[in-house]
Design a protein around this ligand. Structure first.
Ligand code: MGD
Ligand code: MGD
Ligand code: MO
Length: 753
């Protein structure tokens, strides 16, 4: 049985060696070194992987194994050039695996698929823009156009993109955040008045305890370990909450940490709570119940009464609700023992300052908003908000997903933002809310969308319910995608399709006024510069801002009040507009040039809660019920160590002991035995969620250390199991992490991917 507690520790010297090997193989020696040595340096480019911030004192090597893989993927020597597209008609590409498509390398030139043709063929930039303009100009209603954004786009590109959409006349700006941390934003906005985290790196240096909830940092945010290990050295304690015993949470040797390497691994988690999938509301309420009981016993010192009185509302209702909830229900639903909960509560109570970090393990459930609000409730009890060393930290995924939102990429922008945008560019932006990701899928499937434009991403694969999503994408008459590498979304298109290849983060961006720098915002609201230095993969590539400007100029033509070409000649001009439109970005050009960039202001960091009452709000949530019939299990979907979202680098998942197969189903060994199944056998999975049953054939059973009646499978392979109408209350994020399933022995032949 593969279990997180055996085998070598995660990370360590092996990870660094592997990183270099991957980079060398893909990009060659010179490219690899040029790329990696500039990554996350003050004058270099921001890692296109996760959004964890850079330390103030950077070392010569400021990257992780997985960051190296992302850069190597971008710096690959392979090219999907016109010759490739001549040799591979689209129907043939469609039967290839996602991995094979990505492995063809960088898209070399702008490509067009004419109506009725089976091939992509090269097209000049100007001809592509002109033809896209022709097609969009006949769309009767701007709300029949969708502008999707993935979180790698720079602030400058994202700002121009939303301006393009709004000048066309729509707020249809769904983004990958809808599939990711939307639940965090929705929950935090209601609870503390701002949809972002409240801590910075310096707070990690002062916290007495850090809770890591529903997150696998060893694979997805490895650089976070530097911070965690430093915190542990000071005596800070770490509580991890996860259904899977992730090896990196238990034993992790940081590549830059000689002691960890020598001793064979530091245990990150002082306390590990093996929660049931979807059991976090119960778990967090249980810890709170323990805290409230302690307050009943010990009196004044347990709760922060002064903070509760001056800065919060709803405490009495919350306390009453927690007191009224039975221990039996909390223990059963969370799946965690009373002793383990006592231990977590003890750490919480012994700590003056506590930070709670979380990621996708919490945000992709029906009750995801409640998950996040229960974290806030727990922190509020002891005033762990708005003081140094304490607060909330939703750990972001894509490297600029938070920045794209700040730049106005959202279907429901604030009124003030629209007014300022209109004033800056002399037009009247649309005020009707647009489509989010789930809404866009529905609208496409119902034939209400004529054009799908995407600034990066892989909409056909990252989304739930592939059948519905792909049927919808095929109904969009025009498809325009700005991308670096080939993926399935580029093949599942309407009548006429365009692929517009862009520069990656690591590449030099040269415009009329010279080399350009872009900006990005990390998980902790720090806006900082990113400057690529590698030579572009081909001479045809254009930067994302230049492509967006070219599209907008052609499509909007004389209707536009924006000097698009002038803006992209020098990105300082884009930023001058951002500074006048986006709150917190005042004087952006000057502040971006300061070492480390600048931090966006947030009232919650200093206890000014921008809620209607000016107070942080406790929220009362009933225990969610996810009834399981006999034989049913609750499935969660996870990333392997060797993928970036839909870009899968290999079929191995080293820390979980998997090699050569991603069509696997992790199950508790007792559930395997009870169902009369065998380890290694293949099963067919049926999901039972609002919106109907879905099927997935041929997953191989891997017995694993996770709670009874829970299961895990990989994203994106398991996505077809989630119906498009199964999403979180309040945030509409697909329920990728609570999928009710049943199993049957596989009838079909054994298959490998
Ligand atoms: N190398 C690499 N880095 C990445 C990415 C990548 O794909 N590869 N993706 C980026 C993006 S966009 C994002 S959003 C982040 C994602 O980063 P993570 O959120 O760490 O990614 P997931 O694999 O989705 O992991 C969720 C974790 O939650 C646990 N979990 C599942 N269900 C539950 C539950 O019900 N409760 C609790 N408490 N835990 C649960 C899983 O076991 C897993 O450890 O990483 C970013 N960084
Ligand atoms: N079942 C399940 N589904 C999930 C999740 C899950 O945990 N479980 N997680 C969800 C989450 S958290 C997210 S964020 C979404 C991700 O959804 P997306 O953001 O749509 O998907 P990615 O796989 O990140 O997009 C990869 C593609 O982006 C393009 N690309 C890469 N770099 C660049 C660049 O610099 N510029 C441009 N223009 N294009 C670039 C490449 O063509 C690449 O193929 O998936 C979601 N889907
Ligand atoms: Mo994400």
């Amino acid at each position: 049985m593969s279990s997180g507690s055996s085998g070598p520790p995660a990370g360590g010297l092996g990870a660094v060696t592997r990183a270099l090997r991957v980079a060398l193989h893909e990009a060659g020696a010179l490219g690899a070194w040029r790329g990696l040595s500039r990554m996350n340096q003050a004058d270099g480019f921001d890692c296109p992987g996760c959004a964890w911030p850079d330390p103030a004192r950077r070392s010569r090597i400021e990257f992780c194994e997985n960051g190296a893989k992302h850069v190597a993927h971008e710096a690959t020597r392979r090219r999907a050039d016109p010759d490739f597209f001549t040799r591979h008609p689209i129907p043939q590409l469609l039967v290839r695996s996602d991995r094979w498509l990505e492995a063809q390398g960088r898209i070399a030139q702008p490509m067009r698929r004419r109506p009725g043709s089976d091939h992509y063929e090269p097209v000049s930039w100007e001809a592509a823009f002109a033809r896209i303009a022709e097609r969009l100009q006949v769309v009767a209603d701007p709300d029949r156009v969708v502008f999707y954004t993935s979180g790698r786009a720079s602030n400058e590109a994202a700002f121009l993109w939303q301006l393009f959409a709004r000048q066309l006349g729509t707020n249809n700006l769904p983004d990958c955040s809808n599939l990711c941390h939307e639940s965090s934003g929705t929950a935090l906005k209601e609870s503390i008045g701002v949809g972002k985290g409240t801590v910075g790196l310096a707070d990690f240096a002062r916290a007495d305890a850090i809770f890591l909830i529903g997150q696998n940092p060893g694979s997805n945010h490895p650089r976070m370990f530097t911070t965690l290990i430093e915190a542990k050295r000071r005596g800070c304690r770490i509580v991890a909450v996860n259904p899977l015993r992730e090896r990196s949470l238990e034993r992790f040797a940081h590549p830059k940490d000689p002691i960890g390497v020598v001793t064979g691994g530091t245990s990150i988690a002082d306390c590990f709570l093996q929660v049931r999938v979807g059991g976090d509301v119960a778990l967090l309420q249980a810890v709170a119940k323990e805290v409230l009981e302690a307050a009943g016993r010990a009196g004044a010192r347990v709760l922060d009464h002064d903070f509760l009185e001056r800065h919060t509302e709803g405490f009495e209702d919350y306390r009453a609700a927690i007191e009224a909830t039975a221990w039996d229900d909390l223990l059963e639903q969370s799946g965690v023992s009373r002793d383990a909960i006592r231990e977590a509560a003890r750490i919480y109570l012994e700590s003056e300052r506590v930070i709670a970090c979380w990621c996708m393990g919490l945000t992709q459930h029906k009750h995801a908003v409640a998950n996040v609000q229960e974290i806030v409730n727990l922190l509020l009890l002891r005033g762990n908000l708005g003081v140094p060393g304490a607060g909330v930290c939703p750990v972001r995924g894509h490297s600029n997903v938070q920045g794209d939102r700040t730049m106005g990429v959202t279907p429901e922008p604030a009124t003030g933002f629209l007014e300022d945008l209109g004033r800056e560019f002399h037009f009247a932006p649309p005020t009707v809310p647009g489509l989010d990701s789930v809404g866009a899928i529905r609208a496409m499937a119902e034939g209400r969308v004529d054009a799908f434009l995407a600034l990066g991403g892989n909409f056909a694969v990252a989304t739930p319910d592939w059948e519905t999503t792909r049927a919808g994408l095929r109904r969009c008459g025009t498809s325009v995608q700005i991308a670096t590498t080939l993926n399935r979304s580029h093949l599942v298109t309407g009548e006429e399709a365009f692929l517009l290849p862009c520069l990656g983060r690591s590449e030099r961006d040269e415009q009329a006024c010279g080399p350009q720098t872009v900006s990005v915002e990390n998980s902790m609201s720090v806006v900082h510069p990113s400057r690529g230095s590698l030579p572009p993969a081909t001479s045809y590539l254009r930067s994302e801002p230049a492509i967006v400007a070219g599209l907008a100029r052609a499509v909007l033509a004389s209707r536009s009040t924006v000097a698009w070409d002038w803006l992209v000649e020098d990105y300082d001009r884009i930023r001058a507009s951002i500074a006048r439109v986006v709150p917190g970005c005042e004087d952006m050009n000057r502040r971006l040039r300061k070492p480390g960039g600048f931090v966006l202001p947030s009232g919650a960091r200093s206890r000014r809660f921008e809620t209607p009452s000016g107070r942080a709000r406790f929220h009362v949530h009933p225990l969610p019920r996810i009834p399981l019939e006999p034989g049913q299990l609750l499935l969660t979907t996870i990333r392997s160590h060797d993928q970036f979202n839909t870009t899968v680098y290999s079929s191995d998942d080293r820390y979980r002991g998997i090699s050569g197969d991603r069509r696997v189903l992790f199950l508790n060994p007792e559930d395997v035995a009870e169902a009369g199944l065998d380890a290694g056998a293949r099963v067919d999975v049926t999901s039972h969620l609002a919106g109907g049953r879905r099927h997935l054939a041929g997953l191989r059973i891997v017995p694993y250390d996770l709670p009874r009646r829970c299961a895990a499978a990989y994203f994106p392979e398991a996505n077809p199991l989630v119906p498009v109408d199964s999403f979180a209350d309040g945030s509409r994020t697909p329920t990728y992490k609570s999928i009710v399933i049943s199993l049957a022995p596989s009838a079909g032949p054994d298959r490998e991917d």
